[in-house]
Design a protein around this ligand. Structure first.
Ligand code: SF4
Ligand code: SF4
Length: 284
């Protein structure tokens, strides 16, 4: 996994995540998804990888740190704040290639015996990451790793092979005595039970619904929001990314206040070409 570029990983037995499923259904029942209809589809598959790959027995969960020089700069007064995971090549592409390398090294060539998941299929990646021993669910609802903090992206490689040893789930809680993210969130989107009120979350609003003047003028975010991460003490001490795939391809500090007005499709393509921002930009 390290040779492929992953920073943290673990292996989980492919069984139903019944506790996590019950919590998710309760959150849906409270309307936490706020119109993200795709979250209501395939709930059974999301919590049982055997329904995604018949005969699945193991899941390798991999995480990569994407923290860069801008990740802690939520207060920077430049023309468009953009979540730092979107400064580099689209992680969906990167992680899929990395997992293909892992599968090759494991000698797995039969497509029917493996499935790579990077957001493209419903899978409860945060619950799996905890089970894989990668970290705990922080109060900001993100997985926090004691070394890499929460500036991480995740993917999974589901296998029909049994593993001779599975990871120990992460059981400590590194949030005890803190609560900075709750205080910092500009919209009060973080619930006390470590879930997010999606309707209020700037990240959801600007990524799923497209950049809006309201979000930008009030909060200064053009794409995403990292305020509940940039204030986290675990992120203050975590290292910057080392995987070259997560090297920033542009710097939002270069954008002035006219940046949005001047953003023609051609300019967007040249600025954001292979980043997650461009993938979204095409849909808006
Ligand atoms: S991403 Fe921003 S709006 Fe959403 S919970 Fe975190 S701080 Fe609040
Ligand atoms: S800011 Fe504090 S409470 Fe929030 S995730 Fe980080 S450690 Fe946990």
């Amino acid at each position: 996994m390290a040779a492929a570029g992953f920073d943290a990983w673990g292996v989980v037995e492919a069984t139903e995540l019944s506790d996590a499923k019950a919590r998710f259904e309760m959150w849906l029942g409270e309307g936490g998804d706020y119109g993200l209809d795709y979250l209501r589809r395939n709930v059974d598959k999301r919590f049982d990888a055997r329904l995604l790959l018949p005969g699945a027995r193991s899941i390798i969960v991999g995480a990569v740190c994407y923290k860069n020089e801008q990740s802690l700069s939520s207060d920077a007064p430049y023309g468009g704040r953009i979540a730092s995971y979107a400064h580099s090549e689209d992680y969906h592409t990167s992680l899929k290639e990395m997992f293909r390398q892992v599968a090759e090294r494991l000698g797995i060539t039969d497509r029917k015996s493996m499935k790579i998941c990077v957001d493209s299929v419903p899978l409860a990646e945060k619950s799996l990451a905890v089970r894989a021993g990668i970290g705990w669910i922080g109060r900001n609802s993100l997985v926090v790793n004691p070394r890499f903090g929460s500036f991480m992206v995740f993917g999974e490689l589901i296998l029909t092979e049994e593993c001779d040893h599975y990871s120990t789930p992460y059981e400590s809680d590194g949030c005890v005595g803190c609560g900075r993210c709750l205080l910092r969130c500009p919209t009060g989107a973080i619930s006390p039970n470590r879930t997010i009120r999606t309707a209020l979350c700037i990240s959801n609003r600007t990524i799923e619904q497209g950049p809006s003047s309201e979000e930008f003028d009030t909060h200064g975010w053009y794409f995403g929001c990292e305020e509940c991460q940039s204030c986290c003490p675990h992120n203050a001490t975590s290292p910057l990314h080392t995987n070259p795939r997560f090297r920033p391809l542009y710097s939002p500090t270069l954008f002035d206040s006219n940046f949005r007005a001047n953003l023609t499709p051609e300019r967007a393509e040249s600025l954001f070409g292979t980043t997650p921002l461009m993938r979204k930009f095409k849909k808006w």
